[in-house]
Design a protein around this ligand. Structure first.
Ligand code: ADP
Ligand code: MG
Ligand code: ZN
Length: 198
């Protein structure tokens, strides 16, 4: 299959997949290349989690690029003047208004690269990701290595005290004592909802 980038005007690229699949790494790689080519590139991310470096996107393997953390999608409009390429990391955490903001940047002729989880820990579509995947010119779904069997992983496993989390937990839990693993579909598990468990 041959994929061609549009030659003019704006467009939208989506990089999705489970945790640890290299989404942030790929976002950084694409924006770095744009900078090397002399374009102006900016990464924004949701101001949801202050535990990590708020001024950078940092990948699990240590790749790093400066980023601006924003509280609401609307703030992005005022930040992007003069930029050719805009990256949005962890796009699934933004409220639905992110779709209109991204469309308006593309309409202004910008190349927008978004990255984020396509599925939540239950395996359900995450936030505005379905809408963005549908609107994008280019889509990449990355795979991680399944922590359990070593096969290609497309899902994110939430663990509480080392055991599979129940499906009725909150979708977004920031700063909680939880762990995540990449898993393939057959190794992915959901515990019984807490109120049904024995
Ligand atoms: P994402 O943004 O998708 O969570 P990152 O770009 O932050 O991913 O990190 C990707 C890096 O994570 C890989 O290059 C690899 O070094 C590391 N890594 C850790 N665990 C795994 C795993 N199970 N599968 C693949 N890569 C992993
Ligand atoms: Mg990431
Ligand atoms: Zn597996």
């Amino acid at each position: 299959m041959i994929r061609l980038f549009p030659e003019r005007g704006g467009w939208l690229e989506v990089v999705c997949g489970p945790m640890f699949s290299g989404k942030s790494e790929e976002l950084i790689r694409r924006l770095r290349r744009a900078e090397i080519a002399g374009q102006r590139a900016l990464i924004v991310k949701p101001r949801i989690d202050d535990r990590y470096d708020i001024g950078h996107v940092v990948s699990h393997a240590g790749a790093k690029m400066r980023a601006v953390a924003v509280a609401r999608p609307d703030e992005i409009r005022g930040l992007v003047d003069g930029y050719d390429v805009v990256g949005v990391d962890e796009v699934q955490f933004f409220p639905p208004e992110i779709v209109g903001v991204i469309e308006s940047l593309v309409d202004r002729g910008m190349r927008v690269v978004v990255s984020g989880l396509d599925q939540d820990f239950r395996g359900l579509p995450f936030g505005s990701m379905p809408e963005l995947l549908c609107r994008a010119e280019l889509v990449d779904k990355l795979q991680a290595v399944c922590h359990r069997c070593g096969g290609p992983a497309t899902m994110t496993q939430r663990l509480v005290d080392g055991k599979a989390a129940p499906a009725d937990g909150a979708t977004i839990v920031v700063g909680a004592l939880e762990q995540y693993e990449a898993r393939c579909r057959s190794c992915h598990e959901l515990a019984q909802p807490a109120q049904l468990a024995g």
